[in-house]
Design a binder for this molecule. Structure first.
Ligand code: NAD
Length: 436
């Protein structure tokens, strides 16, 4: 099939490369010319494990190409995917759909023959109807169908998630469009990935419901962690005891500094707005949003408490991205934590294996170090914010020797309390009772 991917960011580029790898001919489009120039020059503008090799191989096989102008690619396409950003709108938190509608208008002008327009971006329920209306208005003559096909991949594991999804959700009531979508995903279907065909609105809402549920699960264990600290229980063991129940499952039960990233914060907020507009407020999700917002800032207070105040002190922060294996800094908890520490008078020094370039403009006043040990040198406390593998087996004796004060605040529970204390650290973590 001929597929055009409009938007070549984390989702568009990964989806485009994977669909090309399935054997389709894929053209990735992006309005950001620098991004397209980089891709044409063989550079990958984002950090995602294995993406470079996958892109290179499919370019070499002539199945994957990159263009800045979508006209020719859309004219030839059987399916055009919209994978542009849908950030929170300033002011009210509703999803900003301007990029989606802009893409729809461009696609409308360029398409020829029966074309399936697929919304892969996460969009509020009813957006597909509006995309259809926009295209119909511009091209009353056109033969097309608008399908919702939300993406569930996770950054950091995006390629395996795309190639081995738990399910594929396709929202359409048009049999021709359904046939095209089944053909697009046929290689996965052979792998027995379930394809769930629903109405368009159902598919759109499924994505938000799934993300809100996961955000609620994280927030639930985070609050249990706070309770554990007060009553002398261990959240790691509580989570394990809960997660072994198949009805609950162990994933997304890791207590930490609060969820962040490019999806959960904006998607929970957008769902809250949609539900309020529909007259059926989702109180549970509203609370999740509020609890999580407060939590991130609360983590700075936790560090400040562990240090007995931070004014004039140097705090070393390990990990800035919202999770490991990505360079994505969007809504990362580190942003609120670092700001909280700076507000309290700390000088912050930070290190992240992949995120420092994106972090730099977002974190004014922060010094950046070249490795974890340089980051910790002379510091009054070390704070682990993101659980990169590189931070899982640090030489604690070396750290202890290089720091001014041996205070370790582990917001991801990477270390065992006994281990850290054995090395002479005053150790604070999440949801584990302090040392007697
Ligand atoms: P991104 O910001 O990384 O990429 C979006 C790209 O679209 C940018 O490169 C931008 O230049 C381009 N773009 C914007 N308008 C365009 C236009 N009119 N024509 C061509 N290109 C255009 O965003 P992302 O993280 O890939 O997210 C895209 C969508 O997928 C969002 O709706 C997001 O919620 C959803 N999603 C993201 C993830 C994730 O992990 N990042 C997972 C699932 C779903």
């Amino acid at each position: 099939m001929n597929i055009t991917m409009v938007g070549s960011g984390y989702v568009g580029l990964v989806s485009g490369a994977c669909l090309a790898d399935f054997g389709h001919r894929v053209v990735c489009v992006d309005s950001n010319r620098d991004r397209i120039d980089a891709l044409k020059a063989g550079q990958i503008p984002i950090f995602e494990p294995e993406l470079g090799a996958l892109v290179a191989e499919n370019v070499r096989q002539d199945r994957l190409s990159f263009v800045a102008e979508l006209e020719a690619a859309v004219a030839e396409a059987d399916a055009v995917f919209i994978a542009v950003g849908t950030p929170s709108r300033r002011g009210d938190g509703f999803a900003d759909l301007s990029y989606v509608y802009q893409a729809a208008r461009s696609i409308a002008r360029a398409m020829t023959g029966f074309t399936v327009v697929v919304t892969k971006s996460t969009v509020p329920v009813g957006t597909g109807d509006e995309v259809e209306r926009i295209i119909r208005e511009i091209r009353p003559d056109a033969d097309f169908a608008v399908v919702s096909n939300p993406e569930f991949l996770r950054e950091g594991a995006a390629i395996s998630d795309f190639k081995r999804p738990d399910r594929i959700v396709v929202g359409t009531e048009d049999p021709r469009a359904e046939a095209v979508m089944r053909e697009v995903y046929r290689p996965l279907y052979l792998n027995q990935a379930p394809i769930l065909v629903t109405s368009r609105r159902t598919a759109e809402l499924t994505k938000y419901a799934a993300n809100a549920f996961l955000a609620a699960k994280i927030t639930f264990i985070n609050e249990i962690a706070d309770l554990c600290e007060q009553v002398g229980a261990d959240v790691q063991q509580v989570a394990r005891g809960m997660g072994l129940d198949n009805r609950i499952g162990g994933k997304f039960l890791h207590a930490g500094p609060g969820y962040g990233g490019s999806c959960f914060p904006k998607d929970t907020l957008a769902l809250v707005k949609t539900a309020q507009d529909a007259g059926t407020p989702l109180r549970l999700v509203e609370t999740v949003v509020a609890v999580n917002d407060q939590r991130k800032r609360g983590m700075a207070r936790k560090v400040i408490r562990a240090c007995g105040g931070v004014r004039g002190k140097t705090i070393a922060v390990l990990g800035l991205t919202f999770k490991p294996n990505t360079d994505d800094m969007r809504d990362a908890p580190s942003l609120a934590i670092v700001a909280g520490l700076q507000d309290a008078g700390a000088q912050v020094r930070a290190y992240d294996p992949e995120g420092m370039e994106q972090a730099r403009p977002l974190l004014p006043g922060v010094d950046f170090a070249q490795d974890p040990y340089a980051c910790a040198e002379g510091a009054d406390a070390l704070v682990i914010v993101t659980e990169w593998n590189a931070f899982r087996a640090l030489d604690l004796a070396r750290l202890h020797a290089t720091m001014r004060a041996p205070i370790l605040v582990d917001l991801r529970n990477v270390y065992r309390p006994e281990e850290a204390r054995l090395h002479g650290f005053a150790y604070t973590s999440i949801g584990r009772a302090e040392a007697p």
